[in-house]
Design a protein around this ligand. Structure first.
Ligand SMILES: Nc1nc2c(ncn2[C@@H]2O[C@H](COP(=O)(O)OP(=O)(O)OP(=O)(O)O)[C@@H](O)[C@H]2O)c(=O)[nH]1
Ligand SMILES: [Mg+2]
Length: 460
C-alpha cells in the first residue's frame, strides 16, 4: 500500500440502484479522471473548478462509451481525503460500475483497500483516529441512539474530551521533567500535593469514561437475546410481535420451530439480535433433536435469555428444567398467553427466580409487549432507564487504552506518596499521555492502523 498512489473504488453498495458512485483520490486523480471523461464543449475534468458538478460521458480507454454520468470535482485540500477527489455518478448498474472502475485502473489508478479513503483522511489530518472509527460506526448504526453517539464522536466530542485530559497531563509532565533537569539547583517546580491533586482529577475523569464503556458497547454492537422455552408456549409468536414482522412460522403444533431463527430488532434504541429457538423437550425425532441441541447452544451464547412460559398451563417439568438452565444468566421470565385464563402459579414462580424480572404478555393480543421492551432495556442497560447523554466509550480499543492510562496514573500517585524520584513519576505520566494519544491516533503503530481500517468497507 503506497500513500502516493491514486486510488479508486465503487463507493455505493453492490447491486442495482438509481445511481452508483465511483470515487477516485490522489495526486493523479484529475488526470486519470480526465482520460475517461468527456464533457460538453470538449472540456474534461482538469478544466473544471473545484466543488462543481458536470454532465458528460464516461469512456473506456479505447474511447468506447460506457455511461452518461455526472462528475463531481473536489480539489485538494477541501475534500474527504484532503487530496484531489473525483466522483463519477453513474447509473447504478453493477456492470456499468465495474467497467467504469476498470477504465480508471487501466488509466493508472489502483483499486483502494478497505477504508483507504478514510485512512488517508486520517493520515492527512482531516480526522483523528477516533473520528475515523466514528465514520464506520455511523455507516453501521442501526438505531437512533447508535447514530447519535457515532455523530457526536465524528464531530469530535470524544476527541475534545481526551484532548483536554491529555493536555492536563502534559502540563504536569512538563513540570515534573523540569524538576528533573534542574535537580542540582534545588528548586521545586510542583509540590507533591499539587501533582497528586492534578493526577487524581484526570484519573477520576478517565474512570468516569471507563464506566460508560459497557453501555457504549451495547449501543454500538448491541446484544444477543434468545427466546427459549418448551414447545408451543409462543416463542415464535413473540419473535414476530417484537420484530413486527411475520418472520417465524407459528402453528398450534408443538415442535414447529426446528432451526434457530435470527432477527434484528430495535428495542428502545438498543440493537438486539433476537434468536427464536426450537421448543425444549425430549424427543426421538432426529430433526427436532438437532433443533433442541441448537436451542441449548443459543441459550448458552445469548447475553440475555427470554425464558418463555405458558400462563395458561401449570408449571411443568420442562419449565423447571429451563429455569435451572437459566440460573446465573441475565434472564427475563416471559409468561405468555395472558389473554387466556391463568393457570400458572405465580407465587411459585417468584420462589423459583430471585432478582429476575417477570413480564406477562400476549403475543397474539399485543398486551405486555411494551413492558417486555422496557424489561429488555433495563436488563441490558443496568445503569439507568435512559441511554446517557454525553460522551460514551463505544470501542473496546478505547476502553483498553483508558484502562492503561488509569493504571499508569495510579502508579504515579503511589510514586508521589512514596516520594520516589521524579524520573519514575515522569515515565508513568508519559505512559498515561501516550495511552490517551493512542485513541485519537497521536501515538499509534502501523499495526493498529491496519487493524482498524481493515474493518471498513471498500470505497469508504
Ligand atoms: N391465546 C394465545 N395464543 C398464543 C399466544 N402466543 C402464541 N399463541 C398460540 O400458541 C401456538 C404456538 O405458538 P408458537 O409461537 O408457534 O409457539 P412456539 O413456542 O414457537 O412453539 P415451538 O416452535 O413449537 O416450540 C400458536 O397456535 C399460537 O397462535 C398468546 O399470547 N395467546
Ligand atoms: Mg416456534
Amino acid at each position: 500500500m503506497n500513500a502516493g498512489d491514486t486510488i479508486c473504488a465503487i463507493a455505493t453498495p453492490p447491486g442495482e440502484g438509481g445511481i452508483g458512485i465511483i470515487r477516485i483520490s490522489g495526486e493523479k486523480a484529475l488526470d486519470i479522471a480526465s482520460r475517461v471523461f468527456a464533457g460538453a464543449g470538449g472540456r474534461t475534468v482538469r478544466d473544471y473548478s473545484t466543488h462543481t458538478l458536470h454532465h458528460g460521458e464516461l469512456r473506456a480507454p479505447d474511447g468506447k462509451r460506457l455511461d452518461e454520468v455526472l462528475v463531481a470535482v473536489m480539489k485538494a485540500p477541501r475534500s474527504y481525503t484532503c487530496e484531489d477527489v473525483v466522483e463519477f455518478h453513474c447509473h447504478g448498474g453493477p456492470l456499468i460500475l465495474r467497467l467504469g472502475l476498470e477504465a480508471l485502473i487501466l488509466s493508472g489508478a489502483r483499486l483502494a483497500e478497505p477504508g483507504e479513503f478514510t485512512k488517508r483522511a486520517f493520515l492527512n489530518g482531516r480526522l483523528d483516529l477516533a473520528q475515523a472509527e466514528a465514520v464506520m460506526d455511523l455507516i453501521a448504526a442501526r438505531t437512533d441512539t447508535g447514530l447519535r453517539v457515532a455523530l457526536e464522536q465524528l464531530r469530535g466530542a470524544l476527541s475534545e474530551e481526551l484532548g483536554r485530559l491529555r493536555e492536563g497531563l502534559v502540563r504536569l509532565l512538563v513540570e515534573v521533567e523540569a524538576g528533573i533537569d534542574f535537580t542540582d539547583e534545588d528548586i521545586t517546580f510542583i509540590s507533591p500535593q499539587a501533582l497528586a491533586q492534578g493526577v487524581t482529577a484526570v484519573q477520576d475523569r478517565i474512570g468516569r469514561l471507563i464506566r460508560t464503556a459497557e453501555e457504549g458497547r451495547i449501543v454500538r454492537e448491541g446484544v444477543t437475546a434468545a427466546l427459549v422455552g418448551r414447545p408451543n408456549v409462543g416463542k415464535s409468536s413473540l419473535m414476530n410481535a417484537l420484530a413486527k414482522a411475520d418472520r417465524a412460522i407459528v402453528t398450534p403444533i408443538p415442535g414447529t420451530t426446528r432451526d434457530v431463527l435470527e432477527e434484528f430488532v430495535n428495542v428502545r434504541g438498543i440493537p438486539v439480535r433476537l434468536l427464536d429457538t426450537a421448543g425444549l423437550r425430549a424427543t426421538v425425532d432426529v430433526v427436532e433433536r438437532e433443533g433442541v441441541r441448537r436451542a441449548h447452544d443459543a441459550l448458552a451464547r445469548a447475553e440475555l435469555v427470554l425464558a418463555v412460559l405458558d400462563g395458561n398451563e401449570p408449571l411443568g417439568a420442562e419449565d423447571r428444567q429451563l429455569l435451572d438452565l437459566t440460573r446465573g444468566k441475565a434472564t427475563i421470565l416471559v409468561v405468555n398467553k395472558s389473554d387466556l385464563p391463568p393457570r400458572l402459579d405465580v407465587h411459585h414462580l417468584k420462589g423459583l427466580t430471585q432478582e429476575d424480572r417477570i413480564v406477562w404478555t400476549s403475543a397474539t393480543g399485543g398486551a405486555g409487549l411494551e413492558e417486555l421492551r422496557d424489561a429488555i432495556r433495563d436488563a441490558v442497560l443496568k445503569q439507568g432507564p435512559e441511554p446517557s447523554e454525553g460522551v460514551l466509550i463505544t470501542h473496546l480499543r478505547h476502553r483498553g487504552a483508558l484502562e492503561r492510562a488509569h493504571a499508569a496514573l495510579a502508579q504515579v500517585r503511589l510514586s508521589v506518596e512514596r516520594r520516589m524520584a521524579a524520573e519514575f513519576i515522569a515515565v508513568d505520566l508519559r505512559g498515561a499521555v501516550n495511552a490517551i494519544g493512542e485513541i485519537i491516533g497521536e501515538t499509534t503503530t502501523d499495526d493498529i492502523l491496519d487493524r482498524i481500517f481493515r474493518e471498513f468497507c471498500i470505497g469508504k
